[in-house]
Structure formats: structure tokens, C-alpha cells
Design a protein around this ligand. Structure first.
Ligand code: GLN
Length: 233
């Protein structure tokens, strides 16, 4: 199984993701410059965190027009896996691959923290290695991470199990105090209706190497590998 990590001008977590998928997960991985238009060799496309195009206009708003994006949309339409982390999540909503939008944090500050998150849906290629309802801790680092969607979209996401990660208290409660950025329904990550496209604001790649003292993010990458192994059996 081969990973590709898209590099936009201003991406800054591209190598961190590649370090995890190649170095820790032992899967072939290549960096994909945003002007490339052939990604047919890839099984999983990751849009990493960062500040694509300097976050001018809106985070992710300019990156959606990169030449690689139509190819990523085709890749997703074929049912193949696409993961957007932080700025990558913002790009996926701007490109219409995921519903809703990421807007300025409630308190208008950039937040850099480690926060508890509940894994809400484990029936996905992204999360099968987690326990349902498991509370994990992942780093967040964003200025525009407040998930917003209209009421109908929100209800649809909830009804279809598309809310994959939710901010919570260390005990797993969802309340205003455990919502770092004001996201609706405490949403930290969602998937599309087919489940093959995932967007999340927290950074699993920053919590994967045992050297960093937290490996809660590694199960996400292991889930992907597991799904690939299951598919060829
Ligand atoms: N870590 C990131 O990807 C940051 C995303 C984006 N630049 C923001 O500030 O919201």
C-alpha cells in the first residue's frame, strides 16, 4: 500500500506524515508536489497540515485550485482513501469533498494544545483499531478550526455516523468547557458518506512516535494498513 503526501506552498506537516507512514508504518510513501497531475500510483492521499498559500483569503481556499486537486477528487470518487489533517481538512471542505467549513476559532486565537478526543465511529478504515468511545489525546494547532455546517448538514452527519472524532473532557463528556474552538457539536473530525474521505483538525502524526511520549494517533495509520490487508485477503 502506497501513501502520497501532498505538498502545497506553505505545507509544514508533510514530512511529519511521511515519517510516520514510511518510517514507522513501513509503507512506501512519496511527497506529491501540488502541481502534479498523475497520482495513479497511490492508494492513500494525505493532505497535511500547514499554512498553504500563507492562509491568505481563507485557510485552504487557494489550495483547492492546485492542479493536483481534480486528481484527488477523482481518487476519492473511485472510493480510494483521502485524509486531510488540519489545513488538509480545510482544503477538503473548500474543495467540496467534505461538507461544512472551518471558520475562525471562537476566541479568535491560534490554539496550540493537547486535547482529549472521543472516537465516535470505529466502523471505518480510519478507526478500526480504536475502541468505540475510546478517549484519546491528540495535539491541535490551528487558528481556523471551528467546524461549522448548517443544521440539516449537521443532522445528516450525526445520523449517518459521519462524526468520527469529537472534542470532550478527559472523562469523555461533551460540554462547552471541553470545546477548544467552538466547533458545532464539538466536532473534531468528519468523514464523507462513503467513509473513504476523512478530515480532522487534530494531528495524529504528531502523536505516533513513542519518542514523543504519546502514540494515540498511530492507531489511525495502523487502521488504514489493516484495511488494506483485509482488502487483499
Ligand atoms: N496546523 C495547521 O494545519 C494549521 C491550519 C491553519 N493554518 C490554521 O491556522 O487554522
Amino acid at each position: 500500500m502506497k501513501f502520497g503526501v501532498v505538498v502545497f506552498p506553505g505545507s509544514n506537516c508533510d514530512r511529519d506524515v511521511a515519517y510516520v507512514t514510511q518510517g514507522l508504518l513501513d509503507c512506501p510513501t512519496r511527497l506529491v508536489w501540488h502541481q502534479e497531475t498523475d497520482i495513479s500510483d497511490l492508494d492513500v492521499v494525505v493532505l497535511p497540515g500547514g499554512f498553504s498559500y500563507g492562509d491568505y483569503l481563507r485557510c485552504g481556499a487557494i489550495a483547492q485550485f492546485s492542479p493536483v486537486m481534480p486528481e484527488i477528487i477523482k481518487h476519492a470518487e473511485q472510493g480510494k482513501l483521502v485524509l486531510g489533517i488540519c489545513n488538509g481538512f480545510q482544503v477538503l471542505t473548500e474543495a467540496g469533498l467534505l461538507p461544512g467549513a472551518l471558520i475562525r476559532n471562537r476566541d479568535l486565537h491560534f490554539i496550540c494544545d493537547r486535547v482529549p478526543i472521543k472516537v465516535e465511529n470505529t466502523r471505518l478504515p480510519w478507526t478500526s483499531q480504536y475502541q468505540s468511545g475510546e478517549i484519546i489525546t491528540l495535539p491541535i494547532a490551528h487558528g481556523e478550526g471551528r467546524y461549522y455546517a448548517d443544521a440539516d448538514t449537521l443532522a445528516q452527519l450525526e445520523d449517518n455516523g459521519q462524526v468520527v472524532f469529537r472534542y470532550c473532557s478527559p472523562e469523555g463528556e461533551s460540554n462547552p468547557e471541553s470545546n477548544p474552538n467552538g466547533s458545532l457539536n464539538q466536532i473534531a473530525g468528519i468523514c464523507n458518506s462513503q467513509g473513504n474521505v476523512l478530515g480532522m483538525m487534530p494531528h495524529p502524526e504528531r502523536a505516533s512516535d513513542p519518542m514523543l511520549g504519546n502514540t494515540d494517533g498511530m492507531k489511525l495509520f495502523e487502521s488504514v494498513l489493516n484495511a488494506a490487508i483485509a482488502a487483499v485477503r
